[in-house]
Every structure is written in C-alpha cells, then in structure tokens.
Design a protein around this ligand. Structure first.
Ligand code: KG4
Ligand code: ZN
Length: 340
C-alpha cells in the first residue's frame, strides 16, 4: 500500500506568513505569523509585507516542521501559494519553497489561493464532521475576492457571480477605516455590531444584475453619512458606533446571502459552503445557517482557524494535486492575478 504523503505547505500571499505540515488530509501543524506592522497604516503596505515575510519565513517553516513531529527528510512535497496575491509577498514564499524543494529533492506543487480557501472544507476534522459532496456551491469571501463558485470536483471550479468592485472584506475594512476603527476592520465591525441595532440606519444595497455584486457604493454612502452627521452633530459617530456597524454589516451580509440563495435555487444545488476570511463574521455565519435550514440545504463552514489565511488550506490542495501527480516545474513564476 502507498504511504500517506507528508506535505509542507507555505502561504505568503498577503499579510500572513504561514507554514503547515499535513499527513494526507490531516493537519499536523499550522503556524501563522500575522504581521502587526500594517496596523499603524490602516491597511496592508505591500513593501512592508514582503520584508516581514522575509523575516518570518524561516522560523515559521522551521517551527511548523518541529511541531508536526516529523523530520525534514519525511517531507514528500512542498506546496506553495502561486497567486493571486501581492507579488512581492508571493515571491518570498515561492523562492523559499523552490530552494527547499531543491535542497530536499522533493517535488513542488503550485496552489491557487482561492481554490485553497474552498478546499479547506476537506481538511480532516473529527469523526463527526461531514464534508461537502460534489457539486456544491461555495461563497468565497475574503479581503481580495467575493465569489460564488460552483465546485464540480477538486479541480473543477466555475465562478457564477462575483463582486464587480470591492470585495466584501475590503468593504468591511474600508468602512471601518472611515469610522476610525483599527485595521483589519472586519473583526472590529463584527465585535461592535453585536451591541448595535441593525435597523438603526439604512444603507443602500446595490442593485446588480444576475449573480454579481458591488460594494464600492456602500463605502461612499458611509463616507457621506459620516461627513454629514459629524458636521451637524460632532461626536455622532462615536456615540452611534455600534448601531452604524450593525447597520453596515447587515447590508453586506444580506447582499451576499441574497445572491447565494439565488445561485443555489438556479443551480438546484443543496450542499452550500462558506469560505475565506469574512466567513469568520458572526452574523454571516448565523444567517447562512438559517438560510440553509429554511431550504433544507446542508451547510458547511470551515473551522475558524481555516477561514482566514493559513497554510493548512494550501496543504490540502497540495495533497489533492500530489495524489494526481500534478507537480510543478521550478520555473513557475508567482502571479498577482490568476483566474480560478
Ligand atoms: O481570506 P483572508 O484572511 O485574506 C485574504 O485572502 O484576503 O480575509 C481577510 C479579510 C479582511 O478583509 C478581514 O477584515 C475580513 O477578512 N474578516 C472579517 C472578519 N474576520 C476577518 N470580516 C468581517 N467579520 C469578521 N469577523
Ligand atoms: Zn485569503
């Protein structure tokens, strides 16, 4: 019988330097170094991100190997994020992966970051966990992407609809910045919204045809809302922060779930999944579950630590590609943009 492969996975597409070791679909270690440096700037500064990756990558990979309990010699392949993402950040992870693959004489595997968010659902959890069956729909919501994807197999992905401008995570972050909240804004808005009234203020939901979405108008609406209220009543935003957060969050979540519901009904698909950093949002998680219960659909949300960027999800794609013999050449260059 063939032995279960050990995959070392490296993720460096944005502001998280992460490394993981998987044995088959099981995660043995998953280390994530989050770059705090960007907090001072209210957003990710690409050049600083590359430099932080450069500092972090060796200790993070080293600790991931140590924590997994395996030896370097036991690694069967190295999977890394080829894109999409920040080019300078991707270059650090890809160069490291290539160097180590040469040194250890093991194959390289290129991974698409958004496929990894989706396939994170197949990471082995406990014996009670169910996995989505093909075909399933996945609402992938991150800082850079918002897509409704039909998944027909581990390698067949079809984007049915997407945001035509800002991603949902970007909308959370930009609104938070306008409100004077720290970066990353998504978790802050989520936290503050818990004590707020979502019907206190009304923000517009963009009317976009088919399964596409738009979030840039919301950011502008919040900008004018803040400017006008502060002019008439200084301190208004601070005093109404929870209500504003709850009202904005409701529009984003409703937009996402209205389109997801439409897609599922049109496709006649009953296994529905959430993925990406914004799937950590508490309102999205609960309303998503309610929607699935209403229609009798089966819902899937990855464990919290596999929602935001992490290398374990890169490793699971690495595993599926490894068993298919889909290894890569050393000359493959990282790509800032990549179709799914
Ligand atoms: O998938 P991810 O970790 O990185 C990208 O590939 O972009 O997603 C990061 C995004 C950020 O925009 C962050 O604000 C958002 O996910 N996010 C949240 C929450 N946690 C993370 N947005 C809303 N509510 C949250 N709880
Ligand atoms: Zn991501």
């Amino acid at each position: 019988m063939k032995k279960t492969p050990h995959i070392l996975a490296i993720e460096s597409s944005c502001d998280e330097t992460s490394a993981a070791i998987l044995r088959g679909r099981e995660v043995l270690s998953n280390l994530i170094a989050t770059q705090k440096i960007h907090e001072d700037y209210g957003g990710v500064v690409p050049e600083l991100a590359s430099r932080e990756h450069q500092k972090n990558i060796t200790p993070v990979v080293d600790q991931a190997i140590q924590q997994s309990g395996i030896r370097k010699e036991d690694i069967d392949a190295i999977a890394y994020t080829r894109g999409p993402g920040l080019l300078g950040s991707l270059l650090v992870g890809s160069s490291f992966a290539k160097g180590l693959s040469l040194a250890l004489e093991v194959p390289l595997i290129e991974v698409h970051h958004m496929q990894a968010h989706i396939l994170a659902h197949f990471i082995v959890a406990d014996s009670k966990t169910a996995y989505p069956e093909f075909p399933f729909l996945c609402l992938t919501v991150s800082g850079g992407h918002t897509q409704i994807v039909r998944v027909d197999s581990h390698k067949d992905f079809k984007v049915l609809g997407e945001s035509l401008d800002d991603a949902a995570g970007e909308a959370f972050d930009k609104v938070a910045k306008i409100l004077g909240l720290p970066y990353p804004g998504g978790p802050e808005v989520d936290k503050l919204a818990k004590d707020g009234n979502a019907d206190a203020f009304s923000f517009p939901e963009a009317n976009i045809p088919a399964l596409n979405m738009s979030f840039s108008g919301l950011k502008t609406a919040v900008l004018y809302f803040v400017r006008d209220h502060e002019k008439q009543d200084p301190g208004f935003v601070k005093r109404n922060m929870s209500d504003i957060c709850a009202s904005v969050q409701k529009v984003i979540v409703d937009t996402l779930l209205n389109k997801l519901e439409k897609a599922a009904l049109e496709e006649g698909i009953e296994h529905i999944a959430l993925a990406g950093g914004v799937s950590a949002n508490s309102l999205l998680r609960s309303k998503f579950k309610d929607l699935c219960v209403k229609h009798g659909w089966k819902s899937f949300i990855p464990k919290f630590e596999y929602c935001t960027d992490n290398a374990a999800m890169i490793g699971i794609v690495g595993y599926f590609k490894y068993v298919q013999g889909e290894t890569a050449a050393l000359k493959g260059a990282p790509q800032a943009r990549m179709v799914l």
